[in-house]
Design a protein around this ligand. Structure first.
Ligand code: IMP
Length: 428
């Protein structure tokens, strides 16, 4: 088996950093397939901790090749400062980092529009990194693909027509339209460093798979933020779900041998949008404090709530989960009772399915589980967990219809219950 997708099953921030440390150990190549600098991944390898937004998570492993696929949108300044920071810390990355020449470039007018929209009432709480407007240009077929950095004349034409298209919006939002020359000066300042990293990454991924290398397709955000399958319109602008791995990296579905979902033991969300199990009172604050649920890039407090099983089963279906990694189980230690949403009350009655019209108007049906008071950090097998925690894990497994491949019981690398390798021959 050589192609594995790791995908968030909730609204992002499922605690990927630590898991990726474990998973990239087994990988030869890590491909990010969607999103851009809206993501913030805290990478922890040994005692080292670094937050990256664009560079794929394998970068701290010296032998792992890291690819930014064509489904991504790239902010050149952010990318270059990540490369510089990594290099400064002794992680040579230029020889291992490849950028798709078909990925799109985030330009200053994208960030400007994103910020102006968010400054007005009715914003959805984006990360204001220009991600949405950049994907809008992509779909409008006036986006600047990274490959255009090799052709400044053509780049001027494309960026010029995009800027012309955005100008009325910028004015209507009360902003100042930037001059094309200013925009192009900024692009020129970074082009020389980016061009040598460009490649036909679809072909690179194919080659890696053909050579039986272990390729990890790294999702960003989460399934419920996916442009098609998430809580639209409160979503990001890309295909965050596992299917996006094919589109965003240029491989067919047969390249994917296994899909592993990241499941946090409770739910969080940043930004606006429906969140059926959200806890507004003390319990939510307690989850936020214990789980340190603040954005890794923006520092925004995350909204917190109980695990939502209809949403999780939906994510299992959308992604075709083979297994999942349960994260932050230790955060639930000390809660006398732990809530789990098992169904939704809708105006048409109770359902345990994700309603196709969305979850704006549902009320969660919460089942309370006995909690546990023991710390979990010492557990290395499910048998080491207190009985109540074990029941919680087994209940989730039964409800999702997949088993927990990994259970994280603490921040440290060794505080992990690992139940098998990531790259494994499928038996069914
Ligand atoms: P955008 O992706 O910046 O356009 O933001 C759209 C929505 O997705 C907002 O609710 C953001 O808070 C959310 N979002 C985007 N990226 C992430 C992420 O990496 N983690 C969690 N939420 C995210």
């Amino acid at each position: 088996m050589s192609g594995v997708v790791i995908v968030g099953t909730q609204w992002g921030d499922e605690g990927k950093g630590k898991l990726v440390d474990l998973f990239t150990e087994e990988a030869d190549c890590v491909v990010r397939y969607a999103g851009g600098p809206n993501a913030g991944h805290t990478l922890v390898v040994g005692s080292e901790r670094i937050v990256v937004r664009l560079v794929p998570s394998g970068i701290l492993r010296p032998k792992v090749r890291c690819i930014l696929g064509q489904g991504m949108v790239v902010d050149a300044t952010t990318l270059l400062s990540e490369i510089d920071e990594l290099t400064k810390r002794g992680h040579e990355c230029l020889s291992r980092l490849v950028l798709s020449d078909a990925a799109h470039l985030i330009l200053p007018y994208h960030t400007l529009v994103d910020g102006l929209r968010e400054a007005r009432p009715g914003g959805i709480g984006t990360t204001k990194r220009g991600v949405g407007p950049c994907y809008e240009d992509k779909v409008a077929r006036r986006g600047v693909r990274l490959g255009l950095l090799r052709h400044p004349g053509r780049l001027r034409e494309v960026a010029g027509s995009a800027l012309e298209a955005w100008a009325p919006t910028i004015v209507a939002l009360g902003g100042k339209v930037p001059l094309l020359d200013e925009v192009l000066l900024q692009v020129q300042a970074v082009a020389g460093r980016l061009v040598p990293l460009l490649a036909d990454t679809g072909r690179e991924v194919h080659r890696a798979l053909a050579q039986k290398q272990r390729v990890l397709f790294e999702g960003a955000q989460g399934t419920l933020l996916d442009i098609d399958h998430g809580t639209y319109p409160f979503v990001t602008s890309s295909s965050a779900a596992a299917g996006g791995a094919c589109i965003g990296s240029g491989v067919g579905p047969r390249a994917i041998d296994r899909v592993v979902g990241l499941v946090k033991a409770y739910c969080t969300r940043v930004g606006e949008g429906p969140f059926p199990t959200e806890l507004h009172e003390e319990t939510g604050q307690r989850l936020r404090d214990i789980g340190r649920e603040y954005g890794s890039v923006t520092g925004r407090p995350r909204r917190c709530g109980w695990l939502d099983l209809p949403a999780l089963r939906y994510a299992a279906r959308i992604n075709g989960l083979d297994a999942f990694a349960l994260t932050k189980l230790d955060v639930l230690t000390g809660f006398e009772k732990i809530g789990v949403c098992v169904a939704y009350k809708t105006e048409n009655g109770v359902t345990d399915e994700w309603p196709s019209e969305g979850v704006e108007n549902v009320k969660p049906v919460i089942e309370m589980f006995e909690g546990w008071s023991e710390t979990l950090g010492h557990a290395r097998s499910v048998e080491d967990l207190p009985a109540a925690a074990r029941r919680y894990v087994e209940f989730i497994e039964a409800q999702v219809g997949a088993s927990a491949l990994v259970i994280s019981v603490g921040e440290r690398r060794d505080e992990t219950i690992a139940r098998g390798p990531l790259f494994e021959v499928r038996t069914t």
